[in-house]
Design a protein. Structure first.
Length: 257
């Protein structure tokens, strides 16, 4: 890593193993200590809450470890792929331990692209969601700008040319393909409709080209002071018509018919 890269790296994030549960605990500390980043998470959670369906049932959050969704949605069951502080249960998205038709919603923030076999997860979602239940997620998205950023400056793989929706399993969090949500819901949408006929894609809303990058995420220092947050949010709102070229994330909603 260059001298600039070492300076930009968050001190708490140096040398962390993403598959170590202690790393998840440290990342939660980083989110809590960075006002710019915490406001981004709050905005994401507000968007997720707005998409929850008006049906009864259990709300399951997958990949809860580093976030704080339960603060804004206390009734949600929090989960992670390994045992760590602050989560209710250990859950593998490929084998959900819930009765058929029992879930109101499956909520995820930056999780789907870490699931080694996304088709297995979607089959589990079909089974466990009740009619009218939803998958609601914020995930990386493919655009000209995001492809440039993710392939050059992000440690996780971002393979828009991947032949399928899976990747070789490694550690629970180190394995990834950031392009998977785009592969499923954009490039291979006809396959999604064919293989999962009871799941209807309700919306894909690309957004946020700059703010997460400027926040430094959970591994880098914040690049902008907190008082600039409103300015960057307004700029992104003005650039919303160009989201197909600029967005780094998408809010995705799919509903069980």
């Amino acid at each position: 890593m260059s001298a600039v890269g070492r300076w930009l790296e968050h001190p708490l994030a140096r040398g962390l193993d993403p598959d170590d549960p202690r790393t998840t605990r440290i990342r939660r500390r980083i989110v809590a200590a960075k006002p710019f980043l915490r406001r981004i998470y709050l905005e994401w959670y507000e968007r997720l809450l707005a998409k929850l369906p008006a049906v009864d049932g259990v709300i399951l959050e997958l990949g809860s470890g580093a976030g704080f969704f339960s603060e804004v949605c206390p009734q949600a069951i929090t989960s992670e792929v390994f045992r760590c502080d602050g989560v209710d249960s250990v859950v593998d998205a490929r084998k959900l331990p819930f009765r058929g038709g029992s879930l109101r919603a499956i909520v995820m923030t930056d999780v789907m692209h870490h699931i080694p076999d996304c088709a297995m997860f979607l089959r589990e979602a079909e089974h466990t969601l009740k009619p009218g239940g939803r998958i609601v997620m914020v995930e990386p998205w493919v655009s000209l700008w995001s492809t440039f950023v993710y392939t050059r400056f992000h440690p996780e793989p971002f393979r828009v040319d991947a032949p399928d929706w899976d990747f070789p399993p490694s550690g629970p969090l180190s394995g990834a393909n950031g392009a998977i949500p785009w592969l499923v819901f954009e490039r291979d949408f006809e396959r999604f409709r064919r293989e999962f006929p009871s799941l209807q894609l309700c919306s894909v809303e690309p957004f946020m080209p700059f703010r997460y990058l400027l926040s430094g995420g959970v591994s880098m220092r914040t690049l902008m002071p907190g008082w600039t947050f409103a300015f960057w949010r307004r700029l992104e709102e003005m650039l919303a018509p160009m989201s197909q070229y600029l967005a780094m994330f998408a809010l995705i909603t799919a509903e069980r018919r």
